[in-house]
Ligand binder design. Sequence first.
Ligand code: ARG
Length: 489
Amino acid sequence: MEDHRPARLWGGRFGAELDRALHRFTASFPFDRRLVRHDLVGSLAHARMLAEAGILAAEDARAVLLGLAGILQDVEEGRLAAHGEDEDVHTWIERVLRERVGDAAGRLHTARSRNDQVSTALRLYVRDRLRELVTKVVGLQEVWVEQASAHLEAWMPGYTHLQRAQPVSLAHHLMAHVWALNADARRLQAAHHHAGVSVLGAGALAGTSLPIRPERTAWWLGFSVVSPNSLHAVADRDYVLEAAFGAAVLLVHLSRWAEEVVLWSSSEFGFVELLDTVAKGSSLMPQKKNPEVAELIRGKAARGVAALSGLLTVLKGMPLAYNSDLQEDKEMLFDALDTAAGCLEAARVLASGVRYRTDRMRQALHGGYLTATDLADYLVRRGVPFRTAHEQAGQAVREAEARGCELWELPLDVLQRCCPAAERDVYHALHPEDAARARRSLGGPAPERVTEQLEAARREVETTRAWLAAAAEPPIYVAYREGRLLQGL
Ligand code: ARG
């Protein structure tokens, strides 16, 4: 059988071809072809720097830059797809470049190795995906903020230990998820910043004797700093870990919300109904309406956790500098990012299709003595030490339980037997809605406090949107888009 194996980047010292099965075993092309656009952008910056430094003659630089730009354009416009038997995406690009521009292609790999090259492409890729995730985070935050602003006085039980605890509003509850996602946005932005380190020029591990200008490469790539150590440059995957961590925490947050959608849509809670467009049925039980989207968001969070722990395990105990183990970083990272993007999108659609049963929420304020703490706080305001107040309020709960009534249904004289400091105004503390309104501490459920949070959250969303608008494309990519790759050369 004829052997269709493509040219390798390293044939010289070998007398025989690599075993076919091992070629397949070691190849990363099936998955790193995702990096094709980012690797081309990295190569454009490298070629541009080589030309500026006088390492690449103008004529060769022109051929290489235009050749790379042509490939990039064909890939972006769908005329050319990265696939084949090549070892990896870098090999494929160099092969296609050689087919297009001939021998000049052989000068592109001057003063670099695939070790600094792959990390450059991956850094560019990670930054793009992080901006995508941040955009989707903001989209979901906005859905919840809108819903919260419509439910400032929709009272419901807040829970601890999944037991009804104290009255809060639906707005207060939804905003808790908004703030969790706000931390995700900031974490992803930090990961984006940390990924902005330029490593091209580190070579395989030990730099180069050629007069490169790494700060120019960094500038063209939109990276803020150059890696200070060539060994670290090729071995470092902290930016992969940080992106995976950001995705994992985000997924854990989404799974916690999704679990509430599952619980709340059950007949036992009945706090929400799902629109038909976001629920699924059973093939056997005709009556079923299942919260499968929420279940899958909850389930898929496992992938984020798995990816993070897998990546940490790949890196653990790895000696400096580059090792092939590092090739294992990609699939896990891609899965974490894809899963986070997919879950965010699904969560936004699902959240928009949730209808809140505020009547059921209000009903759930009954029977659980949710204002016993407010009774204790009331007694404290009247000078009773909290420990005593706690004890007395507990006795009032026992009394109400024995009579099968609510705390606010206890006659004043009965209340006063348990809580001697109580006066007629104690009933404000006992009614769930009044009690929630009175919890005006910072971050509490009182409508004016939640309104403040809503405003603060809207400002946070604005800040994130401004960051997204300012997070520019790498200058070399802009030059490519605007046909200015050769300008000044
Ligand atoms: N496919 C490799 C990776 O994903 C690229 C770097 C290969 N370097 C090497 N010396 N084999 O990490």
